[in-house]
Design a protein. Sequence first.
Length: 279
Amino acid sequence: MPRLSINPATTMPSDFPTDVRAYSAAGFRAMELWLAKVERYMEAGHSLAEVATLLKDHGLHIPAACAQGSLLLTEGEVLRTAQDELRRRLETMAATDCPVLIVVAAPLPTPLPRPAAPLYDRVAAELAVACDIARPFGVSLALEFIKGPRLPGTPLSAQELAVKSGRANAGVLFDTFHFYAGFSKLEDLGGLDGKRVLLVHVNDAPGALPREALTDKDRVFLGEGGFPLPAIFQGLRRAGYAGYYSIELFNDDVWAQDPFAVARRAYQNMTEQVGPDEA
């Protein structure tokens, strides 16, 4: 049976404490941290201890935090700034017992160097550096593949980079949107090691739209689009994945609704489409 979570992007206009209250009231026992929301809450005068207490008082476990960019294929001041931000965010994660930080893919450089292998070697080495920064905090890094000309752009590429990094705390963030709207194929699930998958983001998108035309804003609730979600979930289970499934939507129509109503709908939708929560 699955464990269910929700990503606060699904209720993006609401603030951190509203998210916490809405998700708990809906029945969720886990939520991701949207780090920008937590940081705004702290900038308003709240402490890390208050962040942790709010989550504890509402019975919410934190399986992952979202997200850190600019760690891959950057250099100089941009990279140093991202690494400093990473260290600050790791303190937030330690205070909330959050074990996984999502690291987003980098744009592929143009023109793409040939051969491309040294580019992938570089990214694996940069991921290793970030993993070394995260290790003392007890945090693993989940490399997110993103559809389109990104590095990585598929789950198998993300997995290869995690393995090549040589770090035990390197893994993969799997997102059904980026999987099915991108370069991946259902057969790719057969090459996935479920133990390397640290979190799964779930969502759907309209089947009437060409997959290459889909954008994040087209994400809808599970079963309301055309993704072959049962086949994807079955493939993940066969690969050995037994972690959290977390719904993540960027839909303007959803954002315009009351966050408590959205959270209730999200929990019911996930229970019906993924299965009852065993968390």
